[in-house]
Write a new protein. Structure first.
Length: 400
């Protein structure tokens, strides 16, 4: 069965047009399927729900592979640059014990209560954006509606004052789009986080950065690079994901008019729309790659030591063993809670409640205020942000 796969099939244009057909074949293969990325790295793709869960929780699959290799790779003679130091401290790329320690510290400040307190504020921003696109008439749901929301929410959560918001948005646009080629945006951003942290240390407020600098957890606290890395990760992990969910939820609703009618009639369905969008077309296709730390058995096969594992959330969320009629978009489905679009286990998305809240409040506002919303000419059959994705929509008369 493995022989049926071409070595770079995952990246071929035909697979990109219909990745779910590819993952259905991987599920049926009964063993991890090797694929080579354009840089020549071999990945073992796993796509059954139960196997992806097992992979996400496996004690010998993780990120810091260099710590398990013998002999230990000799340290580089050059000290790491500041940008390298910061990116090496990001929660998402660490294993225990560092991951456990950082995650605990950050979770203390990033509680469900902190997030819930933002609800009215986020609803206000969503209402302003919706009023803005009503005035535009024809607009792009990515640029005009979805994109401005998460960066403003992170700025508010972190505690960036109004007068600094424009600078914060500029740096984050560069960092999030991975176009900070010389590292200057990361360094300017780091200097700004230092400055803000110093201000909050002197005069704490009710915001995330005050909470993070005040942490004295049995003498343990975030050091400077960890603090900068954390704020940067919130931006990177929380921006495109949330925009992707909002844009694709709107696209799916407008291409399933009876479900769009249901939402307009009852905006409290917005939460269910968000969940089904996450299952049917979540923003994360494959979780950031992990490595095997030794030879091990997974998904019906044996994986060699020190190789990349590609755990596919898209594969898991369309597994017919967990979801009935998995390829049908249905906001009323009873089994949606089984989706793992936010991952699972120790790296489960830290911003899941925030992302859900933002997407739900935006869809509620759209359903209430833009009942005449429709696809404009040229609307794509998927919104892929990495490829400059747009979603042209229209309200009011065609001339508007
Ligand atoms: C709305 C849609 C979102 C989706 C579908 C999503 C998805 C994910 C997934 C799948 C992971 C796990 C990655 C892994 O296992 O390697 C993750 C981790 C993470 N997410 Fe999200 N995310 C979303 C929004 C957000 C938001 C709004 C924030 C913060 C403001 C955020 C912050 C994080 C952080 C910090 C991690 C790393 C957690 C860790 O490594 O312990 N995410 N997210």
């Amino acid at each position: 069965m493995i022989d049926d796969f071409r070595p770079m099939e995952l990246w071929e244009p035909e697979t990109r047009r219909d990745p779910h057909a590819f993952y259905a074949r991987v599920r049926a293969a009964g063993t991890p399927v090797p694929q080579y990325d354009p840089a020549g790295n071999r990945f073992w793709i796993v796509a059954r729900h139960a196997d992806v869960l097992a992979g996400l929780q496996h004690p010998d699959i993780g990120h810091e592979v260099h710590r398990h290799q013998e002999p230990d790779l000799s340290p580089s003679p050059y000290p790491p640059s500041e940008t390298e130091r910061i990116s090496s401290r990001q929660l998402i790329a660490l294993d225990p014990p560092d991951h456990t320690r950082l995650r605990r510290l950050v979770s203390t400040a990033f509680t469900a209560r902190t997030v819930a307190r933002l609800e009215d504020w986020i609803a206000g921003v969503a209402a302003e954006l919706v009023a803005h696109v009503r005035r535009l008439g024809r607009f792009d749901a990515v640029t005009d509606l979805a994109d401005p929301l998460p960066v403003n929410v992170i700025a508010q959560l972190v505690g960036v004052p109004d007068e600094d918001r424009a600078r914060f948005r500029d740096w984050s646009a560069t960092i999030v789009s991975a176009s900070d080629y010389d590292g200057s945006a990361t360094l300017a951003f780091a200097a700004y986080v230092d400055e803000l942290a110093a201000r909050r240390r002197a005069e704490p407020r009710d915001d995330l950065i005050s909470g993070l600098v005040a942490l004295e957890d049995g003498g343990d606290a975030l050091d400077r690079d960890e603090l900068v890395a954390m704020v940067q990760l919130l931006l990177i992990a929380g921006q495109e994901t949330t925009v992707d969910v909002i844009a694709n939820a709107l696209r799916l609703l407008l291409t399933h008019p009876e479900q769009w009618d249901d939402l307009r009639a009852d905006p409290s369905l917005a939460g269910a729309v968000v969940e089904e969008t996450l299952r049917f077309r979540g923003p994360v296709e494959i979780v950031p790659p992990r490595f095997t730390f030794r030879e091990l058995d997974l998904a019906g096969g044996t994986l060699p030591a020190f190789e990349r594992v590609g755990l596919s959330l898209w594969g898991a969320n369309r597994d017919p063993e967990v979801f009935s009629h998995p390829d049908v978009f249905d906001v009323h489905r009873a089994d949606v809670a089984g989706h793992i679009a936010f991952g699972y286990g120790s790296h489960f998305c830290l911003g899941a409640s925030l992302g859900r809240l933002e997407a739900r409040l935006m869809l509620e506002a759209v359903a209430r205020e833009l009942p005449d919303l429709r696809l404009a000419d040229g609307a794509p059959d998927d919104v892929r942000l990495h490829h400059g994705g747009v979603l042209p929509l229209q309200v009011g008369s065609p001339a508007g």
